[in-house]
Ligand binder design. Structure first.
Ligand SMILES: [Zn+2]
Length: 104
């Protein structure tokens, strides 16, 4: 399976140049309950449709960014580098789980 993914820095590239770190999640509050922590670690929405995901351009500019991708068709609707100040009204980067290390 192959499709094009639009890196915010490099432009359209083959998806095999990237690593996907899964859907964007929101970190639980500072002292989560066991249920909240378990849900955060193990459960994903896994939608059949448009999903917001973390991607890493491992064979290119090595930047982390988010993409909105339709999981049914692999159509990528939008990609963007997430800046802390551009997230007004949504959980800030301190609440959005950023992958700790590239999945290479
Ligand atoms: Zn790139």
């Amino acid at each position: 399976m192959s499709f094009l993914l639009d890196c915010p820095n490099c432009g359209p590239r083959d998806v095999n140049e990237f690593s996907c770190a899964g859907e964007v999640t929101v970190r639980p509050k500072e002292s989560p309950t066991l249920r909240e922590l378990t849900s955060y670690i193990y459960f994903r929405r896994n939608v059949a449709g448009v999903q917001r995901e973390w991607w890493y351009h491992r064979q290119g500019c090595e930047v982390w960014f988010q993409a909105e991708r339709d999981t049914r068709t692999n159509e990528v609707l939008r990609t963007e580098i997430v800046e802390p100040s551009s997230r007004a009204g949504t959980p800030g980067p301190e609440a959005v789980a950023t992958p700790d290390a590239p999945a290479v």
